[in-house]
Write a protein that binds this ligand. Sequence first.
Ligand code: SF4
Ligand code: SF4
Length: 373
Amino acid sequence: MGKDAVAQTQFLQRKDLQTLLDTLIAAGYHCLGPQVRDGAIVYDVLADVSHLPVAVHDQQAPGKYHLHYSQGLRSFAWANGPLALKPLLFSAREVLWSAERDDEGKIQFVQVKPAVQKTAVIGVRSCDLAAMRIQDQVFLEQQYKDENYQARREALFTVAVNCSHPADTCFCASTGDGPTAKSGYDLLLTELDDGFLVAAGSEVGKQIFIQLPLEQASDQQHFIAGEQALHAEQTQTRKLPQAGLAEKLLANLDHPRWQEVAERCLSCGNCTMVCPTCFCHKETEQPQLDGRSTEHLREWDSCFTQGHSYIHGTVIRDDTEKRYRQWLSHKLATWLQQFGNSGCVGCGRCISWCPAAIDLTEEANAIAGDEGD
Ligand code: SF4
Ligand code: SF4
């Protein structure tokens, strides 16, 4: 955290966390926060901070995600669950437009706009802010803006929380996207035992910040926050190769490791579904039985499906080796050519949620020829 941010950072007692939530609700925000559902931490409607995952910790490893409980008071002592911000901004399934033939046989097209409400998400991690920045590039900064994404993005308020307990699968320190948030949030919390350091990162964030019962943060609290951040960074063991990764991957498209990993990969697409930066989708028509109307549907797709590379009667990537290679080399290499940065923010979700326990960092290190710098 820079000097200015430290100067503007204040302290919120734990007992006043509900005031933050109430202030957001009073400002008209539909509030979502992390909660335990079906054995995982996901975002759900939050009206009471007692519903946060208090004293819940996650244990993650390749192909594994478990929650366990302690006696602590902390609400954010876990890394991340399967849901990033992506489904809140880029809907997994939505109708973009509909068409109807009138009595004279003319076809009328109608754009279907989503019902969007001001939404505040509490507990966003730095890797997911970085992923949102990447999705902004995809949906807002190309030739055409995605109006649905834009409407949801403009209605979003983020309350980020610095990561103090990275999972074994996290490697955001290696990609430069965490574990502390540098920008892109409206409010930023750092959880300490007795409460939270709070900083505002935007004008709308300041409007909420000034309404909170904040106290001056002590040097000791800043020191503990700094130590916590350092510890979170140093406990991450997974790394991507640091030098020339993109070039090395693209120079090794015939590396035998692609075939080895393809023998384990199920082509299930889980990694792409949980990935906060993947944006592939397909569009299909949903004609109604009356023969007069249809809806144009957009759904998430995955580069692991056959249909995704079907072009003019041919499936271009007709086996798992080609699909896995496409996924990893796009994420870590050709994404740079396309957007000027990597497509991976080191959240580790693709590792935890892969049923075959395939680890992207292990594969990248094996193929790019080093074990991480
Ligand atoms: S590729 Fe894996 S680690 Fe990287 S952003 Fe996607 S899910 Fe996270
Ligand atoms: S790498 Fe894992 S999650 Fe991704 S498609 Fe293969 S088996 Fe599924």
